[in-house]
Design a protein. Structure first.
Length: 101
C-alpha cells in the first residue's frame, strides 16, 4: 500500500518515480512483484497437491512452509498465531495438512 506523499521528500519521490519508470520500460519487475508471484506459486502448488491427493507435509513444500513459520516466530510473532493464520491462508487449499497444531 503506497504511503501518503510527503512534501519534504519530493526529490526522493521523483527519483523513485523515475527509477520505476526505467524498470517498467526495461520490463524488469520490482521486488514486490516477485514476492507476490512466489507466494501465488506456493499457494497454487498447495492447491494442486490437495486436489491430487498428494499432500506431503514432509516434502519440499512442507519444508518451505515450516521455514516461513519459523521466520514469523523469529520476527517476533507468536507461534500459535502464526500457525493459525498460515492455516487460514492455506487451509482452503491444504485443509491443514501442512500446518498442524
Amino acid at each position: 500500500m503506497p504511503r501518503p506523499a510527503d512534501p519534504m521528500n519530493a526529490a526522493r519521490q521523483l527519483r523513485q518515480r523515475d527509477y520505476r519508470a526505467r524498470l517498467r520500460a526495461a520490463g524488469c519487475p520490482e521486488a514486490s512483484a516477485i514476492d507476490i508471484v512466489l507466494a501465488e506459486a506456493v499457494a497454487r502448488q498447495v492447491s494442486r497437491a490437495a486436489r491430487d491427493g498428494k499432500l506431503e507435509p514432509t516434502g519440499e513444500l512442507g519444508i518451505v512452509i515450516r521455514i516461513a513459520l519459523r521466520r514469523l516466530v523469529e520476527l517476533g510473532y507468536d507461534a500459535d498465531h502464526a500457525r493459525r493464520k498460515t492455516r487460514q491462508r492455506l487451509g482452503r487449499f491444504a485443509c491443514g495438512a501442512f500446518v498442524r497444531d
